[in-house]
Design a binder for this molecule. Structure first.
Ligand SMILES: [Zn+2]
Length: 328
């Protein structure tokens, strides 16, 4: 510390400190800015970086756990600064400096002369009266600086690393520009297409008679496990506005989900296997959420109990938005 250098040499008065740049900055950091303390600026920087990084990574569903943890930990480095500032006053700090300056030969009368506020008659007593963080001012100061500077630096690193990137609920990281359908992960879409291709081929080629004679009556070309076909209703259906795809509704119950058991099968990974159902009864359609993990929204509001659908209603399942159309 700078004070130790001053110790070498006779000291006339305890008070005039040699103002060095570090000393001045230390004073400014804790007690500058009209008593607020310059640390406040560093705290705002760190908090700004932290809030932005947490919000942005959440918003873009980025797998950036390390970055999030990092920015929170770095911002926490400012905690001791706040504790120090609100327990150690300017006066405590100056008294501590003088006590350090004199070491063991502490002339209490000289100190009391300069600090009329002091009523102690013994230096050890005076030393013990100082708040516990007082001797650690320097460490607190450097920690605070580090937190205030490194959190924004980390945020810049994060910004550069994830520029133009997006994530999906399954943890894929991809370039936003590669999205074919807005909001849809290309990796998930490719996997889905891969999964659907063999099934599609079976359907396409099944009507072609096999040149090899069938070994038995059971092995008909139509032996693919197909759901018993149900007549689609002609007066009500759902439409996905992003690709203008129409989904039929059926008599009685139509189940919507990602699983093959669903009547309306969605490829959206944010949709549960059996997500919701629409039940028809006397021309009325009731929407029910099937305990899906992300919930079902009707016109933007979370569906808490089954509700009857009206023409034009907007149903949101995961990232998929379907419109209910009824000509009834
Ligand atoms: Zn994905």
């Amino acid at each position: 510390m700078v004070i130790f250098f001053i110790l070498s040499g006779p000291i006339a008065s305890p008070l005039p400190q040699v103002p060095t740049a570090t000393n001045q900055f230390f004073d400014w950091f804790f007690y500058g800015l009209q008593g607020l303390g310059g640390w406040l600026l560093f705290l705002l920087l760190a908090l700004g970086a932290m809030v932005w990084l947490l919000y942005d990574s959440q918003n873009r569903r980025l797998p950036a756990t390390g970055w999030r943890l990092g920015v929170v930990l770095l911002s926490l480095l400012l905690l001791p600064t706040i504790l120090y500032r609100f327990t150690v006053t300017d006066l405590h700090y100056r008294i501590y400096q003088v006590l350090q300056l004199y070491g063991d030969n502490c002339p209490i009368d000289v100190i009391t002369q300069n600090f009329p506020e002091i009523t102690f008659t013994d230096c050890n007593q005076l030393r013990r009266s100082l708040p516990p963080l007082t001797p650690f001012g320097e460490y607190v100061f450097y920690l605070g600086l580090l937190g205030g500077v490194l959190s924004p630096v980390l945020a810049v690193g994060y910004y550069i690393t994830f520029q133009g990137m997006s994530g999906c609920p399954r943890g894929h990281l991809y370039e936003k520009a590669l999205e074919k359908v807005p909001g849809q992960c290309p990796q998930c879409a490719a996997e889905e297409a891969q999964r659907q291709r063999p099934a599609a081929e079976v359907v396409r080629f099944s009507p072609t008679p096999s040149p090899v004679p069938a070994p038995g009556p059971m092995a008909s070309p139509h032996s693919k496990p197909v759901k018993p076909s149900r007549p689609a209703l002609q007066y009500a259906w759902l439409v996905d506005m992003t690709n203008n795809r129409r989904y039929d509704l059926y008599e009685d119950t139509t189940r919507i989900g990602r699983s093959g058991e669903s009547d309306i099968m969605l490829t959206d990974q944010a949709v549960s296997r059996l997500h919701a159902q629409i039940r028809e009864s006397h021309g009325h359609f009731t929407l029910t959420d099937l305990d899906s993990s992300s919930g079902t929204l009707l016109n933007g509001k979370k569906l808490r109990s089954p509700l009857v659908l009206q023409n034009g209603d907007e149903i949101t399942l995961g990232d998929t938005v379907l419109h209910f159309v009824s000509s009834n």
